[in-house]
Design a protein around this ligand. Structure first.
Ligand code: C2E
Ligand code: CA
Ligand code: CA
Ligand code: CA
Length: 275
């Protein structure tokens, strides 16, 4: 049977309406979420590729919604990015992560993901300085992770802000390396301290020699540029072995630990970090 064009159109129109409504609802709820303390950070360990000892943690935000349950960042960060909420979330995350990390054993680092929109709309170095002062965390224990999308519009302004943060002694990492169009050219524009290889390469390495060659090349690039190389999404022993062999410095992934909540984290520290 031939579909009735008009009714199909009406169907899409109604669906669009309900999606837009759902978005508006989420945005309104997100506004309250911050005030109500519904945002939480989970922490996923990064380990040394050599001995699998933890070197630090990446803070990953979740929304503990009273009805929806634990909402992953992919579902609310894009909504937050369309308003000033991303600045509020980012500021909160930096301060919260610094406060938490200040209680960890000496030397463990904490990495925070920052959205491009947040970067453009606020004075990041002031926020970072304040969080370090409030928490007493040594700047060398804080890392900022940014994806290359950050550098697409107005790269000069972003680079100036990144340089200010780096001048504080904070580590600046390029996240999801290799997934964008210009990952390599950004290495020319800014002296990143660290590269995080996207997990799609780690995934492919299991049965693809080309992916393994690319990983070898990135590792050797890291050596030349004296940049720390981290691989994310490590799920198997074979991947961990290969990445250590090609001299990646740090590994992160479900093989070692999933992101840990406030109950799991102290337990992990107790069992994995010698005191
Ligand atoms: P990302 O920065 O690439 O973070 C790594 C994501 O991969 C996390 O998902 C983590 O749980 C997941 N992951 C870690 N190990 C493995 C593994 O072995 N296998 C697989 N399949 N996945 C693994 P999550 O927590 O859902 O975060 C998704 C993305 O949301 C992050 O990607 C980051 O871009 C963004 N995000 C998370 N927290 C924040 C935040 O506080 N602020 C901003 N702006 N973005 C955030
Ligand atoms: Ca990240
Ligand atoms: Ca990543
Ligand atoms: Ca990612």
């Amino acid at each position: 049977a031939k579909a009735d064009g008009r009714s199909v159109y009406r169907f899409f129109e109604m669906q669009m309406d309900s999606e837009a409504r759902e978005r508006r609802l989420l945005e309104a709820e997100l506004r309250d979420a911050i005030a109500n303390g519904e945002l939480v950070l989970h922490y996923q360990p990064l380990v040394s590729a050599k001995d699998h000892q933890p070197t630090g943690f990446e803070a990953l935000v979740r929304w503990n919604h009273p009805i929806r349950g634990l909402v992953p960042p992919a579902e609310f960060i894009p909504i937050a990015e369309q308003s000033n909420l991303i600045v509020e979330i980012g500021d909160w995350t930096i301060e919260q992560a610094c406060r938490t990390a200040a209680n960890w054993p000496e030397g463990l680092t904490v990495a925070v993901n920052l959205s491009a929109k947040h970067f453009h709309r606020s004075d990041i170095s002031t926020v970072v300085k304040k969080a370090l002062a409030i928490s007493g965390l040594d700047a060398r224990r804080l890392e900022i992770e940014i994806t290359e999308g950050l550098l697409i519009d107005d790269p000069d302004a972003v680079i100036a802000k990144l340089a200010e943060v780096r001048d504080l002694g904070v580590t600046v990492a390029m996240d999801d390396f290799g997934t964008g169009y210009s990952s390599l050219s950004y290495l020319l524009k800014f002296p990143f301290d660290k590269i995080k290889i996207d997990r799609s390469f780690v995934d492919a390495a299991s049965d693809d020699e080309v992916a393994r060659d690319i990983l070898r090349a990135i590792a050797s690039l890291g050596k030349t540029l004296k940049v720390t190389i981290t691989a994310e999404g490590v799920e198997t022993e074979a991947q961990a072995e290969f990445l250590a062999e090609i001299a990646c410095h740090q590994l992160q992934g479900f093989l070692f630990a999933r992101p840990l909540d406030a109950v799991e984290l102290p337990h992990y520290l107790m069992t994995h970090v010698p005191t």
